[in-house]
Design a protein around this ligand. Sequence first.
Ligand SMILES: *Cc1c(COP(=O)(O)O)cnc(C)c1O
Length: 377
Amino acid sequence: MDMKLPNMVPQTDPGASYFADQIELDAAVQRVMQSGRFILGAEGAAFETEFAEWLGVGEAVGCGNGTDALVLALRGLGIGAGDAVATVSHTAVATVAAIEMADGLPVLIDIDPDTYTMSAADLESVLIKPPPGCPPVRAVIVVHIYGQAAALDEILALAARYGVAVIEDCAQAHGATFAGRKVGTFGDAATFSFYPTKNLGAFGDAGAVTTNDAALATRLRALRQYGWRLRYVSDVPGINSRLDETQAAVLRVKLQTLDAGNSRRREIAAAYDAALAGTGIAPPRRRDGGAHVFHQYVVQVDERDEVQRLLAEQGVGTGIHYPVPVHLQPAYADRLPMGKMACRETELAAGRILSLPMYPELKDAQLEQVCAALRRL
Ligand SMILES: *Cc1c(COP(=O)(O)O)cnc(C)c1O
């Protein structure tokens, strides 16, 4: 057989970002090695200032990863043992795991099927009346999944009406906007992951909490390092979740190209939209008045596994974010309270979603290869 296999276009390619800015990145890492300071030093402090400025918020507090950022935000806001925290089941398991790491009780809310983000109606159902056996909800973690803002207007209004704290999980939404303002500036606190494949990614684990509340930022800086206010003296029981200098130095370089990277993601999304026209597959819905940053470009298809196989045959890598909703995973099934909608939209979506290749370094030839495969569907 003389069949030429196309080169595989990966669904994501975190390594490509290194080669895109290799000189600056090598210099940044070398600067840290030569400084002799590896944790919570000048690079970390500079990154916190630069990231807060870029976001448009008072404070950014670096930490070990996006999961710890959620734990720190919850603890910093005084949410702890037995407190009910509402979030979605359609998310990275980290969101739910973090609530239990902070000794809270996750209450799982369904999604709006058009945007995959939290259903405000289902949130209201648990705020009006907690599920049987569940204490009143004290906080909500709203996830801006795939790079698009959740219904912040409705969710913030509900949170204010019922007196609950709001944490924005921005792990997939660095640079996304809502009503002209970046997400991560709306809630009492917001959390970011800088896992390598995120829109702003380190070369290892890293995360941050952002807030306009200076007192909260001070508590977070203590909590991330054993609860120290003064060195070696723990005021409160804390954890160890610090930001490495190497990751901070890398993130400072990559922050400079984040906006351009997000623009490239939108350009790729527009090309996919055009390629899908006429296939019967709908492009992802964009919320009015907000900018989507396409951490993922997600379509819904019948016979998802077959479509995934057809695309793979044409050299197109795809992903599923996420194949099993949290409330159906072995670790969580049948033990967490849910909203009235019982996560039915979440379950429907999980069987139909497919994420196309999406990263700023995707080359034009690769983009054309993906678009050609889409046109054939
Ligand atoms: C990636 C991610 C996290 C967790 O971040 P880590 O840095 O991997 O701990 C949390 N929430 C969402 C929505 C994510 O996508």
